[in-house]
Design a protein around this ligand. Structure first.
Ligand code: C2E
Ligand code: CA
Ligand code: CA
Ligand code: CA
Length: 274
């Protein structure tokens, strides 16, 4: 019993995961993960800071590995990209997220869902087909879906990518710039990318705790900028009451973070927080 306890502990320790299983083995496992139903979505609430209402949630993928336990995206998505397995995963995520949002909208008709899109997927012309197939299959209005793209994914945006984003916009799909402020030339994006939303990176929000004037000014500036460009804006990674108070004082309309809710298989959409 002692040995079993010890090995169970080992499996749960992130640093030991890599040594327990080889990369090649992990890639082989990943190939089967989608087909064998080992991927799960968790949903993290996005809160309307004026009312406390949860109208939206971000879908975050987890891999329930049969031996290693629950793996977070940072753990396996880089490997998936490398092994060319990101597209089936992204597709699965989009389909599942649309299905979930369609059920939320039965009790909360304004509910929306946000899905992360990898850079590799953004480069593919079939992104549009994947997204329209998913919304159609779920019976979800395209305006209820937002795609989150990081600045690093957008940095290489070619004419073809910009064109694709324009087409998604025309379908009514939202485009959020994720981790806003961490990449280069953030301001030039706002003129080129047909975005509908900015998500303020949690590194800025984290620094609001220490009365960091620059962090405060950054969150304030992005909030104002979003307002002027008629974009939605979300402060990410709100963990403490103090951060919440600062974000609310700045007038940022929406927040996301552990204070309001951790990612969970049960989405809190339609409920109230704060
Ligand atoms: P992200 O898009 O910036 O997602 C937010 C991450 O921050 C999530 O980590 C979430 O659990 C975490 N988080 C939320 N609130 C807080 C907080 O208050 N404090 C702290 N410290 N962290 C918080 P997660 O789920 O591990 O996801 C990490 C990244 O993996 C995501 O970053 C996203 O870029 C990527 N990702 C997640 N799911 C998918 C997916 O389905 N497809 C793709 N392509 N990428 C995904
Ligand atoms: Ca995101
Ligand atoms: Ca983010
Ligand atoms: Ca991030």
């Amino acid at each position: 019993a002692k040995a079993a306890g010890k090995s169970a502990y080992r499996i749960c320790t992130p640093l030991l995961r890599e040594s327990a299983v080889s990369r090649a083995e992990l890639i082989a496992d990943l190939r089967r993960a989608v087909d064998e139903g080992q991927l799960r979505l968790e949903f993290q609430p996005i809160v309307d800071l004026a009312t406390g209402a949860v109208r939206s949630a971000e879908a975050l993928v987890r891999w329930w590995h049969p031996r290693l336990g629950v793996l977070t995206p940072a753990r396996f998505l880089p490997l998936a990209e490398e092994a060319g397995l990101i597209l089936p995963i992204d597709r699965w995520v989009i389909h599942e997220a649309c299905r979930a949002a369609a059920t939320w909208r039965k009790r909360a008709p304004q509910a929306t869902v946000a899905v992360n899109i990898s850079a590799a997927h953004l480069r593919r012309p079939d992104l549009i087909a994947t997204v329209t197939a998913a919304t159609a299959a779920a019976g979800l209005a395209p305006r209820a879906l937002t795609l989150e793209l990081t600045e690093s994914a957008l940095i290489e945006s070619s004419e073809a990518v910009l064109d694709r984003l324009g087409q998604l916009r025309e379908l009514g799909i939202g485009i959020a710039i994720d981790d806003f402020g961490t990449g280069y030339s953030s301001l030039s994006y706002l003129h080129r990318i047909p975005a509908t939303e900015l998500k303020i990176d949690r590194s800025f929000v984290a620094r609001l705790d220490s009365d960091d004037d620059r962090a405060y000014a950054t969150v304030e500036m992005v909030t104002r900028l979003a307002g002027a460009f008629d974009l939605a804006v979300v402060a990410e990674g709100v963990e403490t009451e103090r951060q919440h108070a600062a974000v609310a004082a700045i007038g940022c309309p929406q927040g996301q973070g552990y204070l309001y809710g951790r990612p969970d298989v049960a989405a809190a959409v339609g409920q109230n927080r704060v």
